[in-house]
Write a protein of this length. Structure first.
Lengths: 156, 156
DNA sequence: ACCTCTGAGTTTGGATTGCAGACCCAGATG
DNA sequence: CATCTGGGTCTGCAATCCAAACTCAGAGGT
């Protein structure tokens, strides 16, 4: 039983990619994290086609990453906002990991464009790999992949 | 100057998504991590169309995430393998973050399908957010985003 | 010399998806 | 009653995806 004997699509990475495996989905989630919540604001900032944005938002809502909430300001007509659910907010680790990689490997002349920091202490935040014994996992550290009960073999 | 005043595409997440923001690119990288390195093996395991695989591999090579290496087994004709470069291997944090999310939010009846662990100590590995002062960043911890010299304002 | 097999793609034609821009609808506002 | 605006839908065309067929070169068999 080697890795390739297991079903590619029942892997957790594949399942997450099912939701997030699209340029726009990633960027929409990023903007939701950063407080861009209204349809037109997303359309404007991302430069995404309106119908595609509609579909991506529907996907995120359907997958439980975001919710469409009516926002009632008195004296104004009801607006709508898309807000991340707890499941959506759990993607922060992914976002920071993507950002770290871009900072290291795709920064321009002037270095990285943004810094995310811990509000309480001001220190920059990064994504790390750590094992449950507390050892830091470096890029060269050897790891092992083992199947669990949830694993599925490929059919035929 | 708020987030939406900055150019969406010059963000590090956008730049990483430029490379990895496609379902197949993510899965190809995942399989390269797991030792699936030959064209036909990738085609077979992923179920990806052959021409799309050709394009994705060309993308990964062009972006410096992978290299196409001839593998000469004596007495056999030369084969080729795609191998992750150091830049490609740096995506491990992203992969584990994606896997963690899938494990938590998309596991089936029987729980997660795979476990990645530290070979030296056997303990499972997870992606964490940590600030440079060493504080663990929980999903609810407040963070702050600040522009750096590399930031670009939107043109018009 | 000829045939076959295999790895690694390339080509082809039809089905999807993406895009920009035009259009639509309902609730304020003048 | 006409207009404006948020939040979409519709349309026509371009790019991408897909499965399956085709290509090509090097090894082996006969």
């Amino acid at each position: 039983m080697t890795w390739s004997d297991y079903d590619s699509t029942s892997c957790s990475i594949a399942r997450t990619a099912q939701v997030l495996g699209d340029r726009w989905a990633v960027l929409v989630v990023r903007d939701l994290f950063n407080g861009v919540r209204r349809f037109d604001a997303l359309h404007d900032h991302l430069g995404i086609a309106r119908d595609v944005l509609t579909k991506r938002l529907a996907l995120l809502v359907g997958e439980g990453l975001a919710e469409r909430q009516p926002v009632a300001v008195p004296g104004e007509r009801t607006r709508h906002e898309y807000v991340l659910t707890p499941a959506g907010r759990d993607l922060r680790v992914v976002m920071v990991a993507l950002m770290d990689w871009g900072d290291h490997h795709r920064a321009g002349q002037d270095g990285p464009p943004m810094r995310i920091s811990h509000r309480d202490c001001g220190a920059p935040i990064h994504a790390h790999l750590v094992c449950d014994e507390g050892h830091e996992i470096e890029p060269t550290t050897r790891t092992e992949l083992a199947p669990l009960p949830g694993a599925r073999l490929r059919s035929a």
